[in-house]
Design a protein around this ligand. Structure first.
Ligand code: SAM
Length: 167
């Protein structure tokens, strides 16, 4: 195991931070990235799960749409959204074809290491093309993965015109 990872997860401040992960808070670095998003930006949250990031960003005034390949997670997140009386909808899809039109979003986020769940170069390639398609021309893509090498040359060949924020 990478010692940077184990050291990070053993620090008291980070343990305390993790306790809050299920309480709708953004992680420290996620908040730092979100501070760069345009005010009230329309954000597509890919791998939205139970909506931790989506609800937190929504409460900061962003317009958020959740998207996940798990139907159960999407159903539960939508129940939560109804309960909280939020205008936040979570969508289920096939994990490949993003079910939205071209240029609809100012920001796409793929956080919580979800990018690492897109196994294989050709899957990552076509997935990033989909992200680019749904982003506005000056749109931002922010992803997180366990290794900063996971994108490799993909960044250069597929997404040259997208602004990246790597957390
Ligand atoms: C590590 S969890 C993160 C959940 C949420 N973002 C959070 O922090 O609580 C990863 C999520 O990605 C979803 N997922 C996996 N592959 C996906 C894909 N190709 N497209 C969209 N979601 C995917 C899983 O169903 C799961 O909900």
């Amino acid at each position: 195991m990478n010692t940077n990872v184990s050291e990070w997860y053993e620090k008291k401040e980070h343990i305390d931070e993790m306790k809050g992960w299920d309480r709708g808070k953004l992680k420290i670095w996620e908040q730092r990235v979100a501070n760069n998003f345009p005010v009230r930006a329309k954000i597509l949250d890919i791998g939205s799960g139970m909506g931790r990031e989506a609800f937190a960003l929504y409460s900061q005034g962003f317009e958020v749409v959740g998207l996940d390949a798990s139907k159960d997670a999407v159903d539960k997140a939508n129940e939560e959204s109804l309960m909280r009386n939020c205008k936040l909808i979570f969508y289920y899809y096939d994990g490949e074809h993003i079910p939205f039109g071209d240029g609809m979003f100012e920001v796409v986020i793929i956080w919580s290491q979800t990018f690492g769940l897109l196994y294989g170069k050709s899957y990552k390639d076509s997935f990033l093309k989909e992200c680019k398609r749904v982003l506005k021309p000056e749109g931002l893509l922010s992803y997180s993965g366990h290794s900063c090498n996971i994108l490799g040359s993909i960044i250069m060949t597929v997404l040259m015109t997208i602004n990246f924020i790597h957390i």
